[in-house]
Design a protein around this ligand. Structure first.
Ligand SMILES: NC(=O)c1ccc[n+]([C@@H]2O[C@H](COP(=O)([O-])OP(=O)(O)OC[C@H]3O[C@@H](n4cnc5c(N)ncnc54)[C@H](OP(=O)(O)O)[C@@H]3O)[C@@H](O)[C@H]2O)c1
Length: 322
């Protein structure tokens, strides 16, 4: 290792020049991801969600930040998209293919709570009440919606964006296609980096980031059984994708947040005792920004197949399997 090489935090943890797609980018954690990327030099940020007005308001909010780049830009763009509708996702891919032609980072972040039977499970004072709590949300729009949006869409959206992620690798000089075996690394033509204004030691490969949850690992049910189950599966899929896509040069990492302010958590008490969140608070923008810039920056190039927990210590004070 050349320990005299420049090790500047601005170069290591920057989103400069990246093209990023964020599902569920119009609110909560997805919006914080968008603001982080916008303030740190991303070239293009597509925020996807079902409500066009929410996405457009989100862009206005991010652009109006006193810390945002001051000159008018079209870096942020709203695309109305339902992640469980294949035609809708294909249409977003088609638009981005025509527009930039590549995507450096895809963030699978859209999610819903699903049936919220967690409270009733613990309040139950008879076995019949436990039974009834467990069966909540078995109808239309309950479990099936949670599993489709939180879990199945991780596969569907990642699959749809693979050609654009591969195109990002080619743009960075990486050999395309399947590279297998031992002693056979993927080749990179680093002269391509100079052409796109990237550092010559920038060996980032394209990346999928999936927002799972501490609920992926906790045995305590805060929201509902379907949420824990669908988020467990999302985390596992994020890890599986790192293995499945290894020969194809696409990385995959998982973010597992504890409680953060968002539309999903607006009814929750933001105060937490040490037996709930040792840090004593919900997560905030610094926490999102620090983690995301690490994952997408040059300093995170060697991170692949991991779960990044950002929970103020919550998982350590509940029964769980991590
Ligand atoms: N906040 C927390 O405490 C917390 C903790 C752990 C994990 N998470 C995870 O973090 C992610 C973001 O959630 P959040 O907390 O920021 O909540 P949020 O504010 O409710 O954001 C969820 C976003 O997902 C979008 N979405 C939902 N269904 C969609 C669909 N079918 N197609 C496209 N977009 C869809 C929503 O927009 P539309 O309704 O307009 O589509 C919304 O912008 C979720 O995956 C959530 O499970 C959150």
């Amino acid at each position: 290792m050349d320990v005299q090489a420049p090790l500047n935090s601005t170069d290591l943890f920057s989103a400069k020049g990246l093209v990023v797609v964020i599902t569920g980018g119009g609110s909560g954690i997805g919006l914080a991801y968008a603001s982080t990327l916008y303030q740190n030099g991303a070239a293009k940020i597509y925020i996807l969600g079902r409500r066009q007005n929410v996405l457009e308001d989100a862009i206005k909010t991010v652009e109006a930040s006193p810390s945002a780049p001051q000159k008018a830009s079209h870096v942020l763009e709203a695309i109305a998209c339902d992640v469980i509708d294949r035609a809708s996702v294909a249409s977003a891919v088609e638009k981005i293919t025509k527009d930039t032609g590549y995507v450096d980072v895809l963030i699978n972040n859209a999610g819903i709570l699903g049936p919220t039977n967690g409270g009733d499970l613990y309040k139950a004072t008879s076995i019949e009440q436990v039974r009834d709590a467990m069966l909540q949300g078995f109808g239309e729009g309950g479990w099936d919606a949670a599993m489709r949006i939180n879990t199945q869409a991780v596969v569907g959206v990642s699959a749809a964006f693979l050609p654009l992620l591969d195109a990002a690798n080619a743009r960075r000089g990486w050999a395309s296609g399947k590279v297998e075996g031992e002693g056979n690394p993927r080749a990179q033509d680093t002269s391509a980096l100079e052409k796109i204004g990237a550092d010559k030691d920038d060996d980032r490969m394209a990346q999928i980031i999936t927002t799972a949850s501490v609920a992926s690992f906790m045995r305590y049910v805060t929201a509902g059984l379907a949420y824990n189950a669908s988020k467990s599966a999302a985390a596992q899929l994020g890890k599986i994708l790192a293995s499945v896509l290894a020969p194809w040069g696409v990385r995959s990492n998982v973010v597992a947040p504890g409680p953060y302010p968002s539309e999903m958590t607006k009814s929750r008490d933001p105060r937490f005792g040490t037996g709930q969140v040792p840090q004593g608070r919900m997560g905030g923008v610094n926490d999102v920004a620090g983690l995301l810039l690490f994952l997408v920056g040059k300093g995170g190039a060697y991170v692949n197949g991991t779960v990044q927990v950002t929970d103020g210590g919550r998982m350590g004070v509940f029964p769980g399997t991590y």
